[in-house]
Design a protein around this ligand. Sequence first.
Ligand code: WTA
Length: 653
Amino acid sequence: MTKTHKDVEVLMNEQRVFSPPKEMADKSNIKAWMDKHHIKSYDELLKKAEDVEWYWGEVAKELEWFKPWEKTLDASKAPFYKWYTGGKMNIVHNAVDRHMKTWHKNKVAFIWEGETGEVKKLTYRDLYIQVNKFANALKSLGVKKGDRVSIYLPMLLELPIAMLACAKIGAVHSVVFSGFSAKALRDRMNDCGSKVLVTADGFYRRGSVVSLKHNADEALKDAPGVESVVVVKSVGNQVPMTTERDIYWHDMVEGESMHCKTEEMDPEDPLFILYTSGTTGSPKGIVHVHGGYAVGTYSTTRNVFDMKEEDIYWCSADAGWITGHSYVVYGPLINGTTSFMYEGAPSYPHPDRWWELIEKHGVTIFYTAPTAIRAHMRLGDEWPKKRDMSCLRLLGSVGEPINPEAWVWYHELIGKKTCPIMDTWWQTETGMHMISPVPMTVLKPGTATKPLPGIVADIFSEEGESLTDKGGLLVIKKPWPSMLRTLYKNPDRYTETYWSKYKGIYLAGDIARKDKEGYYWVQGRADDVLNVSGHRIGTAEVESALVSHAAVAEAAAIGIPHEVKGEAIRTYVVLRKTHTPTAELKDELRKWVGIEIGPIARPDEIWFVEDLPKTRSGKIMRRVIKAKAKGEPVGDLSTLANPEAVEGLDHLK
Ligand code: WTA
């Protein structure tokens, strides 16, 4: 099956580096950009683009603006940076409307396939019409510029359509991943004060119907601000419809005009709010805006994926996450790309479903996550070998560091040793790729290589010194256009989380090392955020879900290495005296977290313990628990109120 560690070592010594084919590099979009600006080498570009105002000013000229901007970067109220002030634009004008003026209107924007094998295609003109109709329908529900609309949809075509329709009329979308629970949806809708919810009757997962509307109804019981619910009829399962509140999508758009004026937005007007996990129990509402986000997603899609007219591009991420926002919806559409979209389980009904889709639709660029690659590795090499994937020319990876075994497998089995792998490091907060190769970068398995043009990064010690060849905190030293603007309704938390450790410098929350060639090796999070299958989950979220159960007195969650998921969740639970530890209770608690947050957050392991190590002020010492779990020295225990609890972590399972 997969290679042994030793084989990989040999292989990596032989081809420790991999260079993209010369022809690809010579014809790459980034090379064309450099030529246009009389720049001779990529290193020269990186140097010149440290003048971020120059670089991002040049890039922004490639988009269409209703009114040109006056100031590229306004840092007067830092860290509340503003980009392209004085201008007028709308991201949807760039992603959809402007394509109506060229032959792009006839180009396919999305090829969609459902789990059952149904295929739909939408040209840019079809997309334009559907966006306009739905935008008009939203208006008729009373949605206005600045209003929030929550979207809780599986990967149906209606998902990008709904997002674009909101943005077109200046409303702010907040997409909630369809795998999240009713409670998670309710909290997010209430936090951002949504007026409308867009959802679906259900979707297929591994052959069975998941009733999404049921979850939505559960959430709506306690979301008084939501006035209307739009329901996409997708699988056609029977769902209750509440009169005066619920309306089917197809009934709503019927009779709506196919024309709709695109709102002229200030580049700094909010485009969306996307919730992501942080170090506390409540997720953070990351706010992105029309202007800078459009510029950043446009240029990175173009340069990193080398997007060409004839490409068929597939990003396997769900649009419920930032990767889907930036690299399924906005970045590709602004570039006029043909994208493939799949709504279904990866290895259903057979293990090579993904590879079959690549072969069938002729995908040329494929972007996925290391956890998915590892899951496919486990299924066996015979599955990708059965398929002709010679159509592929470039691969991408995102979500966590890609381990060299997975890199080599992806490169050989999927990329046929010819496709370069773009390992892209970025975050919900950054909006776009930050550290990533371009198709002329010499690659080394396991590193996202160098910061992209216009991104000034570094590795800092605690004291703020720049480090080389030593692990430290990853920071971004200058603002960039697609950066988050704030945390919704919580500007203080924004300043505190990202900008307070080093003045004027963005703290990413990751630990990384820069090697002598300036390549960045990201090692993982520096804070209490787990990365489970490429999804961010806060330990505090899992803990607060557990302690909300009647049986639980205290809980601590940590991440432990996992072959496929990267990290798995282990929790240590202290029960109330009224409850006894049983296998049934473990099951119940796992399910409970699934209901509270969503199946992705279900702990893999629950250990019942008598006590948890705590400081005298009552703070659970996760550092000690982690060290113990890894079999490492636990360090200084003198600050603990109950050092005996550390021993107790050993036995009780
Ligand atoms: C991690 C996903 C190493 C990192 C786009 C980051 C990565 C967090 C990579 C953001 C990569 C993402 N190499 N680590 N190529 N990509 N990460 O907000 O810890 O869901 O801080 O955004 O994922 O996760 P988020």
